[in-house]
Ligand binder design. Structure first.
Ligand code: GLC
Ligand code: CA
Length: 562
């Protein structure tokens, strides 16, 4: 089998991300599970999505909710069994839905057998599966270099058994694999092929840009927050390693491979996603989210112009050369309503629909996150104790005993930034625990569940859910959206995002008001007054494209111009 196996179905696919722990609990232990997912497959089918990206469901001690894997070939006890998983994938395939699994191979859990063996002795055959080094200082009691973990503190942990340190770019229970070892690469290839043989249609590759570390592991530049980045992001052998996995696994099946790539530039994204380079199909870049933060942490005032610039740069930058992924939410980022339409209260439904139009009429593969289809919002945190995320717990430990003093400021930041915002249980109905579980969920339910839930949205023809259905159906097979060129209108506008998609005489005109109040809009002369069809409108009534319009709060339209 060769590269021809790839039909590139993902170019016309709408992907829905499931975070299994928070999706649906079938057995009343407060934790979402695979039978729970199975019970909701008709919801996905009804929505019209083509694929599911499932966050990790492998065996894991759950230091980082499954992003710390202890057995790549089996299912986490809390989520069910491999047999349940087989029923789930069959249920998806029977409904025409593909399955993309999470591939977490920058690191494993410290409870993975490889690591347990690796730490036993310096000459253990698994020693070189991980990155072990002698410490600095007289007794070797100082870390081998100054790199920091993405989750705070040193990226090194001392291990008494062999008196050496191991590298962990995330928590100390997530030791980094040594990709320079060909055996590790072979393991990854075997794991991918194992799941492909079981029917999986692709992978989302977790922090994949970190897998190749600079030779000699040199100290990083001084930076108060994070050190070492320049020595392990897009490292020296990354393209060689990806090409190898592509050749020996990913290209042998009809797959979609998407890589998580924080901090990636357009130039680098082209190296990862240009088809002829045979690496990955697309990457998740983070620029549109990061534009609203200073130093990745301090929330800044929302500025549409920054976001618009990011959108346009990526649209132009990858057009006909690479492939974009389009997303506003995932399990690591807060809810899009809070991030991109602050002040949406009172217009939640219009704002959520407008955001769907703003992002998903662009070129690339759309990814939506569970709950986005009903406009779920951030959690109203009041105290540190409500924060479950290991990152927050780590930071809190580091601040202790001063953590209480910083709590007020921290909560302000967490409301905008915490990963827990997206991890509150999926809101299915207005019954107890939002219909997610019959007992108390592992993480608090957003108190707005009586207003914001699937059951309510199903009944209302003008709901966000029903708008998404229309949008997904409109996008399907639409050549102007899938293949069309991109044109920006009035790019400096601080309130309105307006762009067009052109393809062989087809012309789509998209206009989105990001403001929670009325705004004057002037359409370009070559578009206004043309014969047009209003394909999508979040206010739901017919409205021709005139040269001058007063847009209502968060109003969004998609016109087909003739
Ligand atoms: C990725 C995942 C995140 C996880 C981290 C470490 O960023 O999306 O949830 O904590 O990698 O695996
Ligand atoms: Ca359960």
């Amino acid at each position: 089998m060769s590269e021809e196996k790839k039909t590139r179905w993902y170019k016309d696919a709408f992907v829905y991300q499931i975070y299994p722990r928070s999706f649906c609990d079938s057995n009343g232990d407060g934790i979402g599970d695979i039978p729970g997912i199975i019970s909701k497959l008709d919801h996905l089918k009804d929505l019209g999505v083509d694929a599911v990206w499932l966050s990790p469901c492998y065996k894991s001690p759950n230091d980082d909710n499954g992003y710390d894997i202890s057995d790549y070939r089996d299912i986490m006890d809390e989520f069910g069994t491999l047999d349940d998983w087989k029923i789930m994938i069959k249920g998806m395939h029977d409904r025409g839905i593909k399955l993309i699994m999470d591939l977490v191979v920058n690191h494993t859990s410290d409870e993975h057998q490889w690591f347990k063996d690796s730490r036993l002795s310096k000459d253990n055959p698994y020693r070189d599966y991980y990155i072990w080094r002698k410490g600095k200082g007289k007794n070797g009691k100082k870390p081998p270099n100054n790199w920091t973990s993405r989750f705070g503190g040193s990226a090194w942990e001392y291990d008494d058994a062999t008196e050496e340190w191991y590298l962990h770019l995330f928590t100390k229970k997530q030791p980094d694999l040594n990709w320079d070892n060909p055996k590790v690469r072979q393991e990854v290839i075997d794991i991918c092929n194992y799941w492909f043989e079981l029917g999986v249609d692709g992978f989302r590759c977790d922090v994949i840009t970190y897998i190749s570390k600079a030779k000699g592991l040199p100290d990083g530049k001084y930076n108060i927050l994070a050190r070492g980045d320049e020595h392990f992001t897009h490292g020296p052998n990354i393209h060689e390693y990806l090409k190898q996995v592509n050749k020996e696994s990913w290209s042998k099946y009809d797959t979609m491979i998407v890589g998580e790539a924080a901090g990636v530039t357009i130039e680098q994204a082209l190296l990862y996603t240009a088809e002829e380079r045979k690496e990955m199909d697309c990457v998740f870049q983070f620029e549109h989210f990061e534009a609203s933060f200073w130093m990745h942490i301090i929330p800044l005032k929302f500025d549409l112009r920054k976001i618009q610039k990011v959108f346009s740069r990526w649209q132009f930058g990858l057009m006909q050369k690479g492939w974009n992924s389009l997303y506003l939410e995932n399990h690591d980022q807060p809810r899009s309503l809070d991030s991109y339409t602050p002040g949406f209260e009172g217009h939640r439904e219009e704002a959520a629909k407008m955001l769907a139009v703003a992002i998903f009429m662009q070129q690339g593969t759309p990814f939506m996150y569970q709950g986005q289809e009903i406009g779920m919002t951030n959690y109203p945190f009041k105290s540190f104790d409500e924060c479950k995320d290991v990152v927050v717990q780590n930071i809190r430990k580091m601040l202790h005993p001063l953590d209480k003093i910083f709590e007020k400021t921290a909560i302000k930041i967490l409301k905008k930034r915490s990963r827990d915002n997206a991890r509150t249980p999926m809101q299915w109905s207005s019954s107890e625990n939002a219909g997610f579980s019959s007992s108390e969920p592992w993480i608090m339910v957003n108190p707005n569940f009586t207003e914001v839930n699937v059951e309510k949205d199903k009944e209302n023809p003008n709901s966000i859910l029903n708008f998404y259905k229309k949008l997904i159906a409109f996008r399907k097979g639409n050549e102007a959206i899938i293949k069309g060129s991109f044109k920006e209108n009035d790019p400096g506008n601080k309130d309105i995002l307006c762009y067009e998609r052109w393809y062989h005489g087809e012309r789509l005109f998209i206009v989105c008001n990001f403001k929670n109040s009325e705004v004057n809009f002037r359409a370009p002369l070559d578009a206004a007054y043309l014969e047009c069809e209003l394909a999508l409108h979040n206010y739901g009534y017919d409205r021709p494209l005139l040269q001058s319009l007063v847009l209502r709060p968060y109003e969004a339209m998609v016109y087909i111009l003739k």
